[in-house]
Write a protein that binds this ligand. Structure first.
Ligand code: CTP
Length: 392
């Protein structure tokens, strides 16, 4: 988002105050944001709020600007335009191509991706006119960020609340990213698994799922239809990704075979627990004994089973290794019939629960690409670049 040029149009609804928070987030991420307020938006929030956040002039009228035709310049300079909140009136104007103020004139002149986030009263949102206008905009290629169900300013609960900021940001990022994975189905496993020992205790590991979540977010940003099969983690699944929550290796196995078998790309980043207590106790074990014996049995190898049944899909595994890591990983890749494997060196606790990671991608007899040491987000982007390259 660094250096991205964004045109933000603010409509006249109570959610206009949330557009200020969104502007702050965009600016903090390095975007250059030009803001247009409609006359109705100015009743809810002041231009000064936005000029203070962006350190740029804020536009409110076709006629007051020092230049003659600001609307054309504003949309030409921007890479993406978003409307937050989009009132029912704005949605209708956009669908009909009406241009009676600075914002609607600028948007009619736009040849850039347009993101529209409606927010309004439930009855207005559900009105057939509004729904038809939204369908028209969708068909024209607008990205509509659907509102949520929840508390509305009228003091009642219903559908019509502005989408949360995370979804707005995801839509902007997607609009700014070349859709290199459009039409591609991507399945990703992520996180640890938990194998019950008794109803309150389990065997697990230190995986947070951060790498898989970053991969899912990045693939969705590139236009893929993403299914994330996610073990227990505190991380929120990314927006725009279909997430299946699982706990055990067996559940991950079943979910993967049900959801990932036809995928074009499968990335197994999960740290699946290799052994589970053979006979978990139905009751909580009492501490009485000073030591106890537990027999562990192997869990299913999710990735190996999936790779054995794969069709045309490109299957990438992960290998967390402490010794002779590239040789062990290449051996693992061959044994599990993978197309490629991403190795991380987890000596001295690296990789798990840390922000940064180091990855090397291996394929075939000797294919090798060092993806470097970077944040998990950056590595996710580099790994997908490499996978896209290998699939060509
Ligand atoms: N994996 C899996 N199911 C398992 C174990 C591993 O799907 N039961 C996947 C992981 O998601 C990863 C790859 O297999 O993509 C390698 O995982 P790793 O634990 O490093 O390999 P193992 O097969 O468990 O081999 P070992 O522990 O002996 O190194």
């Amino acid at each position: 988002m660094k250096g991205a040029r964004i045109l933000l149009g603010v409509g006249g609804g109570i959610a206009a105050y949330k557009a200020a928070a969104l502007t702050s987030t965009l600016v903090q991420r390095g975007a250059v944001v030009d803001v247009i307020l409609t006359a109705e938006a100015e009743r809810f929030i002041s231009p000064l709020t936005f000029s203070s956040l962006t350190a740029r002039p804020v536009y409110t009228s076709l006629w007051d600007a020092p230049e003659r035709i600001p609307h054309i310049r504003l949309v030409r300079e921007a890479q993406v335009a978003l409307v937050v909140p989009a009132t029912a009136n704005l949605v209708a104007k956009l669908a009909l191509g009406l241009a009676d103020d600075l914002l609607t004139t600028a948007l009619l002149a736009a040849r850039i991706p347009l993101v529209v986030a409606p927010a309004m009263n439930e009855a207005m949102y559900e009105n057939a006119a509004t729904q038809e206008h939204l369908a028209t905009l969708r068909a024209r290629g607008f990205a509509i960020v659907d509102p949520e169900r929840g508390y509305l300013a009228e003091g009642e609960s219903g559908i019509g609340r502005l989408a949360p900021e995370e979804r707005l940001i995801a839509a902007v990022e997607r609009a700014l990213t070349p859709q290199t994975l459009a039409g591609t189905r991507v399945a990703i496993t992520a996180g640890p698994t938990r194998e019950a020992f008794d109803p309150v205790r389990f065997v697990s590991n230190a995986s947070t799922g951060a790498t898989g979540v970053a991969l899912a977010r990045e693939a969705a940003k590139r236009g893929a239809a993403v299914t994330l099969i996610l073990g227990p983690t505190l991380l929120a699944p990314p927006s725009g990704v279909s997430t299946v929550h699982v706990a055990t290796a067996q559940e991950m196995h079943d979910a993967v075979l049900a959801n990932a078998a036809g995928a074009d790309i499968v990335i197994a980043s999960a740290a699946v627990v290799d052994w589970r207590p053979g006979t978990p106790s139905p009751q909580k074990q009492k501490k009485g004994e000073r030591s106890i014996d537990v027999r562990l049995e192997a869990t299913p190898d999710v990735l190996a089973e999936l790779a054995a049944r794969k069709g045309k899909g490109f299957v990438v595994g992960f290998a967390a290794e402490t010794d002779d890591h590239e040789r062990s990983a290449r051996e693992k890749m061959q044994r599990k019939h993978l197309d490629a494997i991403a190795v991380n060196d987890v000596r001295d606790g690296r990789g798990f629960g840390t922000g940064e990671n180091a990855l090397v991608l291996l394929w075939g007899e000797s294919g090798r690409k060092d993806l470097g040491v970077a944040s998990k987000e950056t590595l996710a982007a580099r790994l997908l670049d490499a996978i896209e390259e290998l699939r060509k």
